[in-house]
Design a protein. Structure first.
Length: 318
């Protein structure tokens, strides 16, 4: 908050009382202005948290999103891509609902044309090439070249997670809920980095790493149902949260899980604590978002007005 300092004159005489009165009034006016600014910002924040007009950000690159205007209809349009159902959200009420399709573009997919089906009609869009930065990390060798028993475990865990990522649960709400940050902290590894572990090229970074001390509380970024938890080889202690219509959040490397499958969470509800379990070089939260089984950038689901200042910072720490 801006602090205003008022210097009152030191001379004595008939004008002293008037000058002091004016100074006090100036300070009072400044305090009132500050309170009004805070009230306005609070009102703005609340308006964004409940507004259905704020939609995710379109970005037509691997790891991005494609948004399609579906027009006005009384019922939800049916949209799919490669046989996978696509999220649709609405603005307006009753017969005046205006629909938008939100399509995830997988991070590992190649640029080029895509085709989706809208109520049986094909529609195409193009994905452009994007060069993500590289990141070189040093970890335990077992997390780069796992043993056969470890590979068997990894395969089983991958199949369990894929079952969640390919699921599509209906939701009572037709409106989009902008997400909030699960924790506040600097982004230590941004989305999409091409990663090299101990000099060996591996899958790109399919989430955001947010640095925080071990034991920092993690909250749900939006309403959802806990559908899977576990201790996974690479991800460590992990929670998967289904937000509906194929939109899944995954939280990794937790030191403690405080939810269980079936729990219904609201945005801001407690999930667990930050840790460094699994393949991690230090305590942080890895947050993945999957939409129609495509890993996409979580930043696209956060309205810029909701971003805490700390999360604008990016560091080179893994």
């Amino acid at each position: 908050m801006h602090k205003t300092t008022v210097k009152t004159p030191q001379n004595t005489g008939a004008g002293t009382f008037t000058q002091r009165f004016r100074a006090k009034r100036l300070v009072a006016n400044q305090l009132m202005a500050n309170r009004l600014v805070i009230a306005a910002l609070t009102s703005l924040f609340l308006s964004f948290t409940v507004s259905a007009e704020v939609l995710p950000q379109q970005q037509l690159i691997p790891g991005g999103l494609a948004l399609f205007d579906l027009g006005t209809a009384a019922t939800r349009p049916k949209v799919d891509i490669k046989g996978q159902p696509v999220m649709t959200v609405a603005t307006g009420n009753g017969t005046g609902q205006h629909w938008t399709a939100i399509v995830g573009i997988d991070l590992k997919s190649a640029p080029g044309k895509r085709t989706l089906t809208i109520d049986g009609q094909a529609r195409t869009f193009s994905v452009t090439k994007h060069n993500y930065a590289e990141q070189h990390l040093t970890v335990q060798n077992k997390h780069v070249n796992p043993s056969q028993p470890a590979l068997d475990r990894i395969g089983a865990e991958s199949r369990a997670m894929k079952a969640v990522f390919t699921s599509f649960s209906s939701t009572a709400s037709t409106q989009w809920q902008p997400m909030i940050w699960p924790i506040t902290g600097p982004i230590s590894s941004p989305f999409g980095l091409q990663r090299f572990f101990n000099g060996q090229r591996r899958n790109p970074h399919s989430g955001l790493d947010i640095a925080a001390a071990t034991g920092t509380a993690i909250v749900a970024p939006a309403n959802g149902t806990v559908v899977q938890t576990g201790d996974y080889y690479f991800n460590g202690n992990t929670v998967l949260l289904d937000h509906g219509q194929g939109l899944i959040s995954m939280f990794c490397h937790l030191s403690q899980i405080d939810v269980q499958p079936g729990d219904q969470l609201q945005a801001g509800d407690h999930i667990g604590l930050v840790g460094a379990t699994g393949r991690a070089t230090g305590p942080h939260l890895h947050w993945t978002i999957s939409l129609n089984n495509a890993r996409v950038n979580p930043m696209l689901f956060l309205d810029p007005q909701l971003l805490p200042e700390a999360n604008h910072e990016e560091t080179s720490q893994p």
